[in-house]
Design a protein around this ligand. Structure first.
Ligand code: ATP
Length: 603
């Protein structure tokens, strides 16, 4: 649930935050100008209608004979003319202003999204995805209301209010003075009560959002819900939340009914009262019938404008809050930045297909959220081109953290990392990450078909290249057996694939990318002997002719690696081959005894 509104004290400053929208509006100045002209024309036409009515009543109904019929005809014609102008200019204003609202919102959405997707993982640790989504949808919609409706409503009603007021005084100073007092007495309570109703309606929207949040969470976890036979509990929880929304809606509906009654009574009561005064003025000959009619019409225009302005203020305030939050989001700078003058990775270094060299020099790192815990400390490691280094260590030793540093998701506080002799901070993020392939433990499958999922490795790869990569990754066979082969939709988050199949898709992706440095996080969970053999085979193909760091969980991988490094509490504690490390009888020997004995079928 978003908690947008600021305290009354900050509301003044928050209205001025709407200025932050100016850069988004500036490109469309010309359209604003056209909309402004249409708006002024429409307001003038509206203000002309009561005057035309007066003409019609006084000259038409007041006079007699041919002259009066002709006059009535002319007046009606003029009235129709005014209506035509009003119709055209209102439509033009609506079109222009709505276009602006939609356009500006689309621009803001794209800009915010592009900004968010370049943020480092640190940002996503502190900001929830739901919050970003709500800013992209709810907050931008509020801004759309302001740009697409409120600004023009405000301008139109200010014009109508001022014009109507002037015309009221021109018509009758005495009645105008009375009606000003009446308006204040009548409109103020309606406005205040109206605010309350709007707040209630916001509450009821929040309650509905709560209910859908519950539904969203549960629908994503159906297997767990059903396995624990919680269907009824969840259904009841949702019903409770829907019921809550209904009760809140009822409060709003009751308040709204009351408001309608009061508004009608007060507005019509005061109109009747002024009409009564006016009727007396007409009877006494102080005023013509037409003037009275004109007066009443202007009075209702002024009252309507005032009511509309108060609504617009509410919208503007909410949009100001939304703008503030979006601008805050845009102001967040990712701590991981491209260098000012990047160096480029020598392309030919990779053509020989021996992989990249990697050098970690006295790295010290703690996660920004845990300044007192070193995740990596004084770690140095040199990896030769084409070498395969297995990283083993207990859970929490810092293996995954090392990968995050290599990809520059975080920068180490101490030491530096070099890829092919170039400090990775001197490379653009694009060049660095282009040179690195990652096969994570948990494969992310996008809701697309198999072909597109593998193509994620290299967007411009041809179908034939995708299929070749799938073959190398031992994924071709199972993909072919899917109902529509490579065109089969893999389901949201890949729910239609097994763990081993998902991994092979991930390996195919990495092979398609063909990077000189490969980072593999080997998964052990949920693989039967056959899929383990297939995944193992695929990994071996992937490691060929490139430099590989692999977080190893299987004895087979560890044994085949050129070198094993053992990590503990962010440090490298042992280095060597399987046999030498077992002989040493240190950390590795204990780990191996614990971990790898679980795999008697491994070599
Ligand atoms: N985003 C994070 N913010 C703060 N601390 C983190 C973060 N990610 C990991 N850590 C901490 O850093 C330490 C190293 O974690 P890391 O994920 O690198 O371990 P690992 O060796 O890969 O473990 P595993 O084998 O269980 O995946 C752990 O103590 C962990 O709690």
């Amino acid at each position: 649930m978003s908690t947008p509104n600021s305290s009354p004290a900050s509301q003044r400053s928050s209205l001025s935050t709407l200025k932050g929208l100016l850069p988004f509006l500036r490109p469309y100045r010309a359209r604003f100008f056209v909309a402004g002209i249409a708006l002024v024309v429409a307001a003038c036409a509206t203000l002309a209608i009561p005057a035309a009515f007066k003409q019609m009543i006084d000259m038409g109904f007041g006079g007699t004979g041919d002259h009066s019929i002709k006059h009535v005809d002319l007046t009606f014609l003029a009235l129709f003319g005014v209506a035509t102008v009003l119709g055209i200019s209102t439509a033009a204003r609506f079109y222009m202003v709505s276009w602006l609202g939609e356009r500006v919102t689309a621009d803001i959405r794209s800009k915010v999204y592009s900004h968010v997707v370049t943020q480092s993982p640190q940002f996503f640790e502190t900001t929830q995805t739901g919050e970003v989504l709500s800013r992209l949808t709810t907050d931008t919609t509020l801004i759309q209301t302001v740009v697409g409706t409120s600004i023009s409503m405000a301008l139109r009603n200010i014009l109508l209010f001022i014009g109507g007021l002037v015309m009221l005084f021109v018509t009758s100073i005495k009645l105008s003075s009375i009606i000003i007092v009446m308006l204040a007495l009548v409109v103020l309570p309606i406005v205040i009560f109206g605010r309350k109703v709007r707040k209630l309606s916001r509450d009821s929207q929040d309650k509905i959002a709560d209910a859908s949040a519950i539904a969203g969470e549960i629908l994503n976890a159906m297997p767990t819900v059903q396995a624990f036979t919680h269907e009824h509990i969840e259904a009841d929880r949702f019903s409770g939340s829907v019921e809550n929304a209904f009760q809140t809606a009822m409060r709003r509906i009751r308040a709204r009914s009351l408001l309608t009654m009061i508004a009608i009574l007060l507005v019509f009561g005061s109109i009747v009262f002024v009409l009564w005064l006016g009727a007396h003025a007409v009877l006494q000959g102080n005023m013509s019938g037409g003037e009275l009619g004109q007066f009443i019409l202007y009075a209702s225009l002024v009252a309507g404008a005032l009511g509309a302005l108060s609504e617009v203020m509410g919208d503007a305030q909410r949009a100001a809050g939304a703008t503030e939050r979006l601008l805050d989001l845009m102001a967040v700078e990712s701590p991981i930045q491209n260098p000012a003058s990047p160096k480029s990775l020598p392309q030919n270094a990779f053509k020989i297909q021996t992989g990249a060299t990697l050098s970690l020099n006295d790295i010290g790192f703690h996660y920004p959220s845990r300044p007192n815990t070193q995740a990596i400390s004084h770690l140095s490691l040199q990896v030769a081109a084409g070498e395969t280094v297995a990283i083993v260590g207990s859970s929490g030793a810092g293996k995954t953290t090392l990968f995050q540093l290599l990809l520059r998701f975080y920068d180490p506080q101490q030491g530096f990392i070099e890829l092919n002799g170039i400090n990775i901070r001197d490379l653009t993020l694009h060049d660095l990450r282009d040179a690195v392939g990652v096969v994570p433990q948990e494969t992310i499958i996008f809701s697309a078909n198999a072909m597109e999922n593998i193509r994620y490795g290299r967007a411009n790869a041809s179908d034939a290249e995708v299929i070749a990569a799938a073959k190398m990754a031992a994924a071709h066979e199972f993909i072919e057996k899917l109902p529509e082969g490579y065109q089969s939709f893999l389901g949201e988050r890949g729910v239609r694939l097994s763990g081993g199949q998902r991994q092979r898709i991930a390996i195919a992706r990495a092979l398609l990318k063909n990077p000189p440095l490969l980072l593999l996080d080997e998964a052990t969970s949920a693989l039967d002997a056959e899929s383990e053999r297939l995944v193992q085979g695929a990994l071996e193909v992937a490691m060929r002719d490139r430099t590989t760091l692999i977080i190893a969980h299987r004895l087979a991988t560890v044994q085949r690696a050129d070198r094993i490094i053992v990590m503990d509490q962010g440090k490298i504690v042992e280095t060597g081959t399987h046999n030498s490390l077992v002989e040493q009888g240190g950390v590795y020997a204990t780990l191996a005894a614990l971990q790898f004995n679980l795999h008697p079928d491994s070599e």
